[in-house]
Design a protein around this ligand. Sequence first.
Ligand code: GDD
Ligand code: MG
Length: 376
Amino acid sequence: MKGAMLVGGFGTRLRPLTVTTPKPMLPLVNMPFLEIELLHLKEYGVDEVVLSTGYLPEVFDEYFGDGSSLGMKLVHVTEDEPLGTCGAIKNVERHLGDEPVIVCNGDILTDLDIGALVQYHKDKGAVVTITLTPVEDPTAYGLVPLDDDGRIKEFVEKPSWDQVVTNLINAGTYVLDPKVLKDVPPGVNYSFERQLFPDLLRQGEALYGFPSDCYWLDLGTPEKYLSAHHDILDGQVRVPLAGADRGDRVFLGEGVLIDETAHVYGPLLAGDGVRIGAGARVGDRTCLGSGVSIESGARVEGSVVLDEAVIGEHCVVEQSIIGRGTRLGPDVHVADCSVLGDNIEAGGENEFLKGIRIWPSTIIEAGKVRFYRTGD
Ligand code: GDD
Ligand code: MG
């Protein structure tokens, strides 16, 4: 079966991480998120996938090429201008063939049973079947109410609370009969959620919803990016971890050096060549990329530290994200879902708290960033 993946967005809510890396290529448990998504599709026989790129397209091409390293066939199609969700798929129509295809938003972590979705689509005789997931706050998503037979009644994209009539939202994975693209104007910005799907409903076409209680997360924000790591490391969603299992959910890559006085505890994933110094404390759902160095006396918990970053002596990094190649001097404190972009040099005793975000390659002298606390 063929698939198409929407990976052209700018990932603005994930800046500064997405300044240098497009959202689907951000590492998730030390491999590009998109690789996890593609392998999930492949598991269900979807092994020919068109990547609809826009922002930083070369990053996808350099890593995946024609897909042969994954045992898949990948075609890259890059837009000059963002064409919107439907416009982007119209733009790759020539690669899709005549049979139903799987279309995916490129920012969803899920263990959806795609086989069951495709079967449901066939059983219903649908032209489009949309996977739905329950969420507590539907206002950030597309609301999709159904009738008793599972047929879609309407689409309310990014509803206000007074429009919320169900907790089921568009989960961003569709089965689509390519014939529905026939009348979509080529080369213009066009939306599935706001244009094509409501139009098809008005024309009386059979659009069905496939509610699923599988694992589902939209990786749009730093909070969600951290949560995705926590959930995988906790074992809530099945994603293969690259590392030997040392028990208690501690997964270590090759050549990891841990000082015997360090306290390392699970869930934890440490990539190849990670070094953890004397007296350091690392764990509680932390993911360390390859070549990361945690120096002596540092504490890193609930955090993601990307490749080659250096966490200086006695630093504390809690529930936060440290970019590739970023170097922290001694006694730096990072907490509260703060995000440091790639290749930052921060001298000792800085504080990065309360969700602060620092642009890539910034150089910060020792002790420059402080947070006021009541009573100080
Ligand atoms: N090629 C291309 N061109 N891709 C795009 C474009 C575009 O112009 N615009 C967005 N994308 C890609 C993004 O990279 C992302 O992978 C996907 O399409 C969805 O875009 P988002 O910007 O993340 O949309 P959203 O999260 O606000 O809303 C969508 O997803 C929700 C589920 O997460 C909608 O489909 C909602 O209805 C849905 O509930
Ligand atoms: Mg999204």
